[in-house]
Design a protein around this ligand. Structure first.
Ligand code: SAH
Length: 241
């Protein structure tokens, strides 16, 4: 996978992408990063990349000409398959979206700053807008890092055992069960007995039970989804009526 990152501060991500899981994936050449400075496509004698918004208000908006020229140039040079704009108005990042992007060979992420991007540029050159959550951060770079991290975990060979991607929170809608490591007793709190029993089936049952209980308590929205996905969902609906 070739990740292309276009924005005003794209290189700030390189440190993150060089460490741990992503760093290893990069060493194995499963992923590669290319950073593109939006200012290289700046226009007019002031080398502007943004301007004041029509209709007034605070902040600046990326100029459509700069965004369109940069994205088109990069598409031509790098055979980019998908252009993603990070935006709080985008669709929320989901495991399904991360998985879908992981099957592509080359994705360009456009990182907004200030007030964002002129709508006409979005309409002309952006394939999709993705949000990482219902809050505002100051730039698209961090959102891009979040998306790339989530996507990369689905690329075969990145996460040790396929197992550990599958079992994590959200993968089957449920949140994950709690984890424990040494020591057995810490500040008078013991690790649950079942985890020390060595009985694999019992452990699996306990973990599932904890997942369900946690999801029900913490994320009633996901719990509803879980119930809907279960094989007995139609019967349950009938009973509820
Ligand atoms: N005025 C915009 C916010 C701009 S924040 C609004 O109210 O919608 C500046 C940039 O940060 C955005 O262009 C986007 O690229 C990025 N950004 C901020 N919050 C984000 C989020 N939740 N998800 C993805 N990108 C986000």
């Amino acid at each position: 996978m070739n990740y292309h990152i276009l924005g005003l501060f794209p290189e700030m991500l390189d440190h993150y992408f060089s460490q741990s899981l992503l760093g290893k994936a990069r060493e194995k050449e499963l992923i590669a990063f290319t950073y593109h400075q939006l200012r290289d496509w700046a226009v007019n004698k002031h080398h502007a990349v943004d301007d004041k918004p029509y209709g007034g208000g605070a902040g600046m908006v990326f100029l459509p000409e700069v965004v369109c020229r940069s994205v088109r140039d990069l598409k031509e040079k790098h055979s980019i398959e998908r252009v993603v704009l990070t935006s709080p108005s985008g669709k929320l990042l989901t495991p399904a979206k991360a998985k879908e992007l992981s099957s592509l060979k080359s994705v360009l992420f456009l990182c907004g700053r200030y007030e964002g991007v002129d709508q006409r540029a979005i309409d002309l050159v952006v394939d999709e807008e993705i949000s990482i959550g219902d809050y505002i951060i100051s730039g698209g770079e961090l959102a891009t890092a979040v998306i790339i991290d989530a996507v990369t975990r689905y690329i075969p060979g990145v996460v040790g055992k396929d197992q550990s991607v599958r079992l994590e929170s959200h993968e089957d809608v449920l949140l994950e069960h709690p984890h424990y490591t040494r020591p057995e007793v810490f500040e008078n709190m013991s690790v649950p007995d079942v985890l020390m029993s060595g009985h694999h089936q019992k452990i699996a049952d306990w973990q599932k039970e904890m997942s369900i209980a946690r999801t029900k308590e913490r994320r009633p929205d996901l719990y509803e989804k879980y119930l809907d996905q279960r094989a007995d969902a139609p019967t349950r609906r009938l009973k509820e009526k």
